[in-house]
Design a protein around this ligand. Structure first.
Ligand SMILES: Cc1cc2nc3c(=O)[nH]c(=O)nc-3n(C[C@H](O)[C@H](O)[C@H](O)COP(=O)(O)OP(=O)(O)OC[C@H]3O[C@@H](n4cnc5c(N)ncnc54)[C@H](O)[C@@H]3O)c2cc1C
Length: 410
């Protein structure tokens, strides 16, 4: 599957260096994951030509059974860009309950608080990436699948991408600006920004669980001692993201499904009833990763390429979508002819400026929640419970927390 305009890569791997006299591509996007795809679709909606490259196949998604929660704000954006209706299954979140196991205090949000049909939706990551690939195809956005970007070579007027469709670099493409939407993986060659990583010394156990006590449409975030436990509503069960120390997680996995179910019940507390794992959980190591300043302002990281968050508040993809939309909105509108370099650089500086507050706040808030919820003692639990109640009863705090969760902190 590809855009109906064949990409140069798919035209037989001929050298893609733009011929003299033809302007370089305005934007090349490395990575056609959900964030790269949203950026390309949002640029296309403004009439800006972009081409994507992804090392994987379009239908492959990732071999990853992760369910992710999309906020109402993200749903609106995906709808406008033609992705939403192509997602196989999306289960609504009508209520979010945040609570501390074994301590007083909780926080509840409902769709009535927001006045929308849902607070958000839960989708499979694989469904989402397939829907994005389909929307790219329908919008005729050129997408070089099976094509790894091996390096970015800087030049005074253009950046050159070294493309490796068969593993070896066999073609090149020139662009005025390169958006890095390559997730946490990173490109080895060229002036990409440095990426720092701080491991949380935690893993997430990800799988589907059921309990008769789960309410349909209700998402739970339970602060369960050594780390948070998220339960996201699906049809007939909940998708579980349970954060634990790596050795504890491994011990539980080794002990087998029954022991794992009893441990999950103990972590959640009696209110959640008897639980059963419907799929064997997979382990995902957790780290906070951030891209530093780009050595070339025309190379712009977005989504997980810019920041990988702890999953505690379910914000990584939602933040990436806001990056992608912000990038498209910042691209300068200009008449026919070549976009002046000064206008391009001014627009990219504007993008960085307008995205700063949301990024800094969301990274800091999720990191703080991740650290606070990892402290396993009764005093910390009591303070966490009080904190939740304080947000719940102070209308201004409550509104602010809800808006940040659904629309970001910009
Ligand atoms: C357990 C867990 C639960 C989560 N839950 C939520 C949630 O509830 N809500 C939420 O908003 N977020 C959640 N997230 C985060 C969310 O999954 C990510 O933020 C999101 O998938 C990032 O999308 P992306 O497009 O930036 O990167 P990716 O999805 O990683 O896509 C990157 C793409 O780039 C391609 N690529 C990489 N390098 C190259 C190269 N050199 N050349 C060409 N292609 C390349 C890859 O093949 C891939 O397709 C969760 C994460 C985890 C781990």
């Amino acid at each position: 599957m590809s855009g109906s305009l064949p990409s140069p890569v798919q035209q037989g791997g001929a050298a893609d260096r733009v011929p003299p006299g033809r302007a370089a591509l305005p934007v090349a996007i490395v990575g056609a994951g959900p964030v790269g795809a949203v950026a390309a679709l949002a640029l296309a909606a403004r009439g800006v030509e972009a081409q994507l490259f992804d090392a994987r196949a379009p239908a492959a998604g990732k071999p990853d059974r992760r369910a992710i929660a999309l906020s109402w704000g993200t749903r609106l954006a995906l709808d406008q860009l033609g992705v939403w209706t192509r997602i196989g299954r999306a289960d609504p979140i009508n209520r979010v309950s945040v609570s501390e196991r074994g301590a007083f205090g909780s926080l509840e949000f409902t769709r009535e608080d927001l006045g929308t049909p849902a607070l958000g939706y839960v989708v499979d990551y694989g469904d989402l990436t397939r829907a994005c690939a389909h929307a790219l195809e329908v919008a005729a956005i050129r997408t070089g699948w099976h094509t790894r970007v091996a390096a970015i070579e800087p030049g005074s007027e253009v950046l050159t991408l070294a493309l490796a469709p068969e593993g070896e670099v066999s073609s090149r493409l020139e662009a005025r600006c390169v958006v890095l939407a390559d997730g946490a993986e990173g490109i080895d060659g060229g002036p990409a920004p440095e990426r720092s990583a701080r491991a949380y010394r935690q893993v997430a156990l990800v799988g589907d669980v059921s309990s008769e006590r789960f309410a349909p449409g209700r998402a739970y975030e339970r602060f369960a001692g050594s780390g948070p436990l998220a339960l996201l509503p699906r049809a007939g069960h909940h998708a579980c993201v349970w954060v634990l120390e790596p050795d504890v997680a491994q011990r539980l996995l080794d002990a087998g499904p029954e022991a794992l179910a009893r441990a999950l019940e103990a972590a959640a507390g009696p209110a959640f009833g008897a639980m059963r794992w419907l799929t064997p959980p997979t382990q995902v190591p957790l780290a906070l990763r951030r891209a530093g300043r780009s050595p070339d302002p025309r190379i712009v990281p977005i989504g997980n390429a810019a920041q990988v968050l702890h999953p505690v508040a379910g914000q990584g993809f939602n933040l990436g979508v806001r990056d992608a939309l912000g990038f498209a909105a910042a691209w300068p509108v200009h008449g026919s002819g070549r976009l002046p370099e000064a206008d391009l650089l001014r627009a990219l500086a504007g993008f960085a400026r307008t995205r700063r507050a949301d990024r800094v706040f969301t990274v800091a808030a999720t990191d703080l929640i991740a650290r606070l919820t990892a402290i396993d003692n009764p005093v910390a639990a009591a303070f966490r419970g009080l904190g939740l109640s304080a947000i719940d009863i102070v209308p201004r705090l409550r509104r602010r927390a809800l808006e940040a969760m659904v629309f970001g902190a910009a």
